[in-house]
Design a binder for this molecule. Structure first.
Ligand SMILES: [Zn+2]
Length: 345
């Protein structure tokens, strides 16, 4: 074997044995949006802008359900900008939908035009009866490469921050549609995290960076406890505690993100969660319980942080431990950091 081949082989072996985290972002962003108790008065029409990337590949599945006791008919179409104007002025138009259809019904498909898209609900033909509708909008949008890149960079920044603080085998992060507002971790295996695009688009509507980060850290809790071989890796409340601990020990900015994340849980429907618990055996505590637990731990302050320090410091990087010893901040335990460092020598 000549030297060049040997060097190449060694390089290939080194590269293939070194685990490197990858963040992959699907070009398809899935959205799931509910509009409840929407009223379309008699003799009137409502236009609802739809989420769109502007691409021809955007596709929709919209369910219209009327809550009227008897009169459940309504006209509904998905239209692009030009056909909306034609529809409004009573000209021939092209769109997806139905005339005076009896709800519930579903409008499904793509619109073969670029640019903004709209859902119209037309009740102009009714002289007296208003229509009350619940609308479920599911959209699959094609991301531009810069939108994809921006999402990838947000996750890479979070991951790099963790890697600076903690020692753990690398895991991958996949951002993909999964049909629900959720995120998952392979906590008994690779530690890989699957973050659903439905969650990202839901949080983007309220610009809730706190919940975006807290949900990610919850999954990281599952992954790291699993990779470290610690019990509780599959426990939802412990994963919440991990996220709470990381944010609480990250200073005022972490606290602000944690507080903001509570708004997301406050907006969840506890009755729907109970239903889901009964039908699918969901292991998460109800959102009202999660809020209470997080708030209680925030109030426990240093006492809560110090308990978690005993689990986390043995996995902290030397850089982090020396920083704690040199310049301790709220909740830091200098004696414990010194002990961990001396045991490593
Ligand atoms: Zn979980």
């Amino acid at each position: 074997m000549n030297n060049l081949v040997r060097i190449l082989l060694v390089t290939v072996i080194l590269i293939s044995t070194k685990a490197v985290a990858q963040v992959t972002v699907s070009p398809v962003m899935a959205l799931d949006q509910q509009v409840s108790n929407f009223v379309v008065n008699a003799k009137s029409m409502q236009v609802i802008p739809l989420p769109t990337s502007g691409s021809l590949q955007d596709s929709y599945r919209i369910k219209i359900d009327a809550t009227n006791a008897v009169y459940k008919d309504i006209t509904a179409y998905i239209l692009d900008q030009r056909n909306l104007l034609m529809y409004q002025s009573g000209q021939a138009f092209s769109g997806l939908g139905y005339q005076k259809a009896i709800a519930p019904f579903i409008i499904q498909g793509s619109i073969p035009f670029t640019g903004p898209k709209f859902l119209i609900l037309d009740n102009r033909y009714a002289s007296i009866i208003a229509k009350k509708v619940n609308i479920t909008i599911e959209a699959k949008l094609l991301l531009t490469s810069s939108q994809q890149q921006k999402t990838q960079q947000s996750f890479e920044a979070l991951y790099t921050g963790l890697k600076k603080k903690l020692i753990f085998p690398d895991f991958n992060i996949r951002v993909e549609p999964c049909g629900q507002i959720n995120a998952f971790s392979d906590s008994f295996g690779s530690g890989d995290i699957h973050y659903c695009t439905e969650t990202i688009s839901n949080l983007a509507r309220t610009n809730n960076e706190g919940a975006f980060t807290a949900i990610f850290l919850h999954e990281v809790g599952h992954s790291l406890l699993g990779l470290w071989g610690v019990p509780g890796n599959n426990n939802e409340d412990i994963a919440d505690e991990f996220a709470t601990y990381v944010l609480m020990s990250s200073g005022p900015n972490g606290y602000a993100l944690l507080n903001r994340s509570l708004e997301f849980w406050q907006g969840r429907d506890s009755l729907a969660e109970i239903q889901n618990m009964l039908t699918s055996g969901d292991r998460h505590s109800l959102s009202v319980q999660r809020i209470r637990n997080i708030k209680e731990n925030m109030q426990r302050g240093e006492a809560f942080i110090k308990r978690w320090n005993t689990l986390i410091y043995p996995h902290a990087t030397e850089e982090t431990l020396y920083a704690i010893i040199k310049n301790p901040s709220y909740g830091d335990d200098v004696a414990l950091a010194e002990k961990v460092i001396s045991e490593r020598k």
